[in-house]
Design a protein around this ligand. Structure first.
Ligand SMILES: Cc1ncc(COP(=O)(O)O)c(C=O)c1O
Length: 423
């Protein structure tokens, strides 16, 4: 008789784990009603003081939370990257390096500002940009690098910043997964040039849709502000437009929700960290699944999902996806994170779906176009198909007994792996 649920055996976990997401209470209700009754549903044309606008207040508070001087709140994490790249001076003819294995927006945002994404391989032990691959990809056209802290686990920022400085490349940290994460005691985002965040509904800090650009550089902050405000300059007449820009302004509703959410963020990150470490310790005891070997410079891991690694050989050759299906059938919410496939394997790149003219990839300012069908990042391909495992953050907001259940599900599949081999 089969033991594994995927083969008809009893399912191990029959209740939800962690906490339903998003979490809210009367703080959010009051904040929304305050905005409603104020009649001020947007910030208006100026960057007001924090006490006068919820958007200004969350810009100040969230930038300060990430130890940055400046914040520009925007409508989502995708346009936050576009805004940061514009602020960094990226334009047609430039290349921007991006890790091959992350969410597609990290690369399509580069195309949206008329530059060419150059995919660099990842470190399969962390799923983050490999600093050597980054350096090897630099050319005279390289203007910036989008560094993604995959799953919130900080990339090797010591090496990345050192390489970027040496080659005069602006660092944009895509922190869409990394709210509250720290590298050597400093919060990610403003470690070098600019940082971007997503506050989309699934993210561990959310208002449904939203984003932010943060920086310590006044010039970048001013440019980001103008770009998100259709090219206006602070203090100038409302109908006077100085630079090319778009409308990426966050509403007061989003600002109000985020201010309320911020009152819980530290406690949530600490609970996730505690349970994340519990998971990692448990994984170490199970042959064939390994936590990310924690770099001591990662002093805080505020994660969107907790990444870990599958060793197919140790599981007698059972493919990673079969393992995921078997563990999920036991009721444990594991997946492969934002690792569906390397970005360049998406049709938008493979089929060069950049419109009739093919700009900016086919652009006289750029030169010989990149052939994305020829891009090959072996570690990204191997990790996305065979190694990457992850568990979403909300599962870590309950007690350790929930994590114990996830470990128990993995142990059960491990103990009955023969059932999967013969399948
Ligand atoms: C790494 C990364 N960058 C950017 C984004 C885009 O954020 P948004 O969905 O808010 O546009 C996401 C979204 O999941 C992401 O995972």
């Amino acid at each position: 008789m089969a033991k594994l649920a995927i083969n008809g055996g009893d399912k191990l976990i029959n209740r939800p784990l962690g906490k339903p997401w998003p979490i809210y209470d009367e703080r959010e209700e009051k904040a929304l009603l305050d905005v409603l009754h104020s009649g001020m549903w947007w910030r208006g044309g100026e960057r007001l003081k924090g006490s006068e606008s919820k958007v200004s207040a969350i810009e100040d508070a969230f930038a300060a939370y990430h130890q940055a001087k400046y914040g520009v709140a925007v409508t989502n994490g995708t346009v936050a990257i576009e805004c940061a790249l514009r602020a960094a001076g990226v334009e047609a003819g430039h290349e921007v390096i991006v890790p091959a294995l992350t969410f597609v927006a990290s690369a399509t945002a580069i195309v949206m500002v008329n530059a060419v994404p150059i995919f660099a391989d990842i470190d399969p032990k962390t799923f983050n940009l490999d600093p050597d691959a980054f350096e090897a990809a630099i050319t005279p056209k390289t203007k910036a690098v989008v560094v993604v802290h995959n799953g919130g686990y900080p990339a090797d920022m010591d090496r990345i910043i050192e390489i970027a400085k040496r080659h005069n490349v602006v660092v944009v940290e895509d922190c869409a997964h990394a709210h509250g994460s720290e590298w050597r005691g400093t919060r990610v985002g403003a470690l070098s040039g600019l940082g971007t965040f997503s506050f989309q509904a699934f993210k561990p800090f959310t208002c449904g849709e939203g984003g932010m650009v943060i920086t310590n550089n006044e010039k970048y902050a001013e440019r980001a502000f103008s770009y998100h405000h259709i090219g206006r300059l602070p203090g100038r007449p409302f109908y006077e437009f100085h630079v090319l820009g778009s409308n990426l302004r966050m509403t007061e509703w989003q600002g109000a929700i985020l201010l309320a959410q911020l009152t819980r963020l530290d406690e949530q990150i600490e609970t996730r960290e505690r349970n994340g470490k519990y998971l990692d310790e448990g994984l170490k005891q199970i042959e064939g699944v390994n936590p990310i070997a924690r770099d001591p410079r990662v002093t805080r891991w505020g994660f969107y999902y907790r990444n870990f690694l599958y060793d197919q050989e140790a599981f007698g050759g059972v493919p990673r996806d079969t393992f995921i299906q078997a563990v999920r059938a036991e009721g444990a919410p594991i997946g492969a994170g934002a690792h569906g496939r390397p970005i360049y394997q998406n049709p938008v790149f493979l089929e060069m779906n950049f419109g009739e003219t093919g700009c900016p990839i086919k652009c006289p300012l750029y030169g010989e176009p990149v052939d994305f069908t020829k891009v090959y990042c072996p570690q990204a391909e191997h990790a996305s198909t065979n190694i990457a495992l992850s568990i979403p953050h909300a599962n870590f907001l309950g007690g350790t007994e929930d994590i114990e259940l996830i470990l128990e599900a993995i142990r059960k599949v491990r103990a009955n792996i023969g059932e999967l081999k013969s399948a």
